[in-house]
Ligand binder design. Structure first.
Ligand code: PMV
Length: 340
């Protein structure tokens, strides 16, 4: 059996754990599921005589979080051969844990023929990685924080329609392994994180949900940037200051601000790494890409856009800030799917 699961990008971030054991978060979060055709984890699973796992063709020792997922779905038997492959850089702050743990959850559940709703599976995926909980659905997804294993799960708020008009640019600034994982950073967190989780995040969540209902892009964009800035302020100003954004990330943030000078047409958001996601509308994507690529130099020439990009070389002749790749992607309308 083979499955694929998408990743997601949080507009209101999950940052801080109320219960590290079962990944109960300090605040509810909200994300867009990223095009499953662009980035995904593909996992094949079969019965075996012991538990064997590989990631991108290399043998791995299952983490305690992976084991939790497996035993939640199949308490009696964990003898599976599980092979996973990411089609994007692992641990680059691209939420590979989201697609990875969502794929693992979906694969095991299907193999053991567990009849469970996506909400139920989102609880199990959460045990593996908080953000994986949101990857169990396509579209716009809220992970409701809850206060117990049973009450902390994800729900789909919207799919298609307005979301089909949106585009995401994923800019790989650095695909190398990040130094401080999100769990480690969340564990170091402080009063600052608790204040955000208690007041600012819930207030932003209500506002952004309303903005999505009203198709108010400007409001969605402003709230998204506010929450990303807040997370990085908190990470940088905690006792063990963690700087996830580098000079190029900050340049990207400034470019988006500059692009928005007269009208808010795009929003940046950064997770626990230097790479950027930029949210915009389909109608502005080409202008935005051209604007960015006159400053950001794509080292390997890896630029993936829906429409062909004319005169890329000329555009790049003035660009100074090196990036690894730029991808234009849609919002995924689906969560994990069976592919075989
Ligand atoms: O994927 P996790 O559970 O280690 O945490 C991810 C945290 C952020 O990506 C920074 C924010 C989010 O909500 O996805």
């Amino acid at each position: 059996m083979q499955v694929r699961a998408p990743t997601n990008i949080a507009l209101i971030k999950y940052w801080g754990k109320a219960d590290p054991e079962s990944n109960l978060p300090l605040n509810s979060s909200l994300s867009l599921t990223v095009d499953i055709n662009a980035f995904y984890t593909e996992t094949t699973i079969e019965h075996s005589s012991s538990l064997e796992m590989t990631l991108n063709e290399a043998s791995i020792t299952p983490t305690s979080r992976m084991l939790k997922v497996i035993s939640a779905l199949s308490p009696e038997n964990s003898n599976f051969k599980i092979q996973s492959r990411n089609n994007f850089p692992t641990a680059a702050g691209l939420a590979s844990s989201a697609s990875g743990l969502a794929a693992l959850t979906f694969a095991v559940a299907n193999l053991v023929s567990l009849e469970a709703s996506p909400e139920e599976l989102s609880k199990v995926a959460r045990l593996g990685s908080g953000s994986a909980s949101r990857s169990m659905f396509g579209g716009l997804v809220e992970w409701v924080k809850g206060d117990s294993h049973e009450s902390s799960y994800s729900v789909q708020l919207m799919n298609g329609g307005f979301l089909d008009e949106l585009r995401l640019l994923m800019i790989v600034v650095n695909s190398q392994e990040k130094e401080v994982g999100s769990t480690q950073a969340m564990n170091m967190q402080s009063e600052l994180a608790r204040e955000r989780a208690e007041y600012r995040a819930p207030e932003r969540l209500q506002r952004i949900k309303k903005a999505f209902e009203e198709h108010n892009f400007e409001e969605i964009a402003n709230i998204t940037m506010e929450d990303s800035d807040d997370l990085h302020y908190i990470a940088e100003n905690s006792e063990f200051s963690v700087h996830y954004m580098n000079d190029t990330s900050r340049k990207i943030r400034d470019l988006v601000k500059e692009f928005n000078r007269e009208e808010v047409l795009a929003a940046y958001t950064f997770d626990a790494g230097p790479n950027a996601y930029i949210l915009t509308r389909k109608t502005h994507i080409n202008t935005l890409v051209r604007y960015l690529l006159s400053v950001l130099k794509v080292k390997s020439g890896e630029v993936f856009t829906e429409e062909p990009l004319h005169n890329l070389e000329e555009l790049q002749s003035t660009a100074k800030y090196e990036i690894e790749a730029l991808f234009e992607v849609k919002v995924s309308s689906t969560g994990p799917v069976k592919t075989n």
